[in-house]
Design a protein around this ligand. Sequence first.
Ligand SMILES: Nc1ncnc2c1ncn2[C@@H]1O[C@H](COP(=O)(O)OP(=O)(O)OP(=O)(O)O)[C@@H](O)[C@H]1O
Length: 407
Amino acid sequence: MSNIQHNNEVLVKVEGLSKKFCKDLKTSLWYGVKDLVTGIRGGSKDQSLRAKEFWAVKDINFELRRGECLGLIGHNGAGKSTLLKILNGLINPDEGKVTIKGRVGALIELGAGFNPILSGRENIYNNGAILGFSRKEIDSKLETIIAFAELEEFIDMPVQHYSSGMKVRLGFAVAAQMEPDVLIIDEVLAVGDLGFVLKCFKTIDNILPHTAIIFVSHSMPMVSRMCNQIVLMDKGKAKFQGQDVSKAIDLYYNEFTSNNSSDVVFTDNTVELVEASIEGKSKTNNVYKVKWGESIILKFKIKVANLSSIPFVTLAVYDKEQRGVAEMFPSGQNSDLSIVSNEITYAIELKNLYLSKGFYNITFTASEQFGSNAYFKIHKALTIQIDHEKQIWTAFLLDSKVIGLNN
Ligand SMILES: Nc1ncnc2c1ncn2[C@@H]1O[C@H](COP(=O)(O)OP(=O)(O)OP(=O)(O)O)[C@@H](O)[C@H]1O
């Protein structure tokens, strides 16, 4: 058992942490030799950037207490994994200091921490010993770990023959079941199948009250579900950090939304979308702001060529992660519409928009009739931003109120 008892103590303290890498292997080896010679002569390492070097992690600071979960987010190459490797002692920083109290469980790289030629069972004993458990203590945990990883059949097979998912199962089972004070989890968790990922989240919920967790992920719903503080990394630096998780997630998404061009998915050249707007609203940076619960009228003007009948329009709503959240098959089509100078304008009423806060793209499709092949389909025909003070991660925030108590 860990000897750390207090609830709010700082378990991880990171001060001015920096790590530089070299973009070129030959130069990197040459710098390594130079640093070694300088070290032998008693000199100190050159802390400035030399040619072809860059900061993969630069001046990162944070404190993490028991019961807290820090989300490390940022685009590919931002420096998240490098930071985790420094925290786990796999690589040394060039500057700064890491202080960690207690036992560290880590799931960083696929298969990292396992000896590939040893069996799953032998690896559990090895890892347990590294974490300071006696053989007897590991004996008592063994069955739980194997059962959690669901590897009963394969536990005596060398780890090198495990599938990616099996390695992650074993890695997480060992890291989480060995009573860690600090748990470090990289994106690799996502390699597990849905059943296992759900099981991991349940375990994380259970151990969080007595553990400090550092979690790297590109899945913002997962981050918002688990984390109570965030470091958003960009080119090694903390671009934002703090407890305002929704603000950090907004900033993260904004890094990817600069491209506002719409995407035509399909066209047979009989239909072209010439205008898409929301009645009575103007757009800023291609985005229409709509209040939560508001009723709006969407307007789509299309130009048709060689069509005698009015196309049937369907709409789909996608969130920022491209998950479909709603579809619309507007009723009343064909009745009042007419083709004027080869153009048709659809005014579509959308009542009480209870989508939760955030950005949504609308996909517009025109077909001969409901259910038939599309003439034309375009993503991001319209982008809307729903305004509400509450940031939630389900697609809808429904309008509800108590109308009676105790009958
Ligand atoms: N051993 C290394 N030698 C040289 N450069 C490295 C090394 N390891 C990482 N890098 C570089 O450091 C930068 C940060 O990489 P890192 O893996 O930490 O990013 P990340 O934020 O984890 O990215 P991802 O989201 O893709 O996992 C990248 O430019 C990467 O190429």
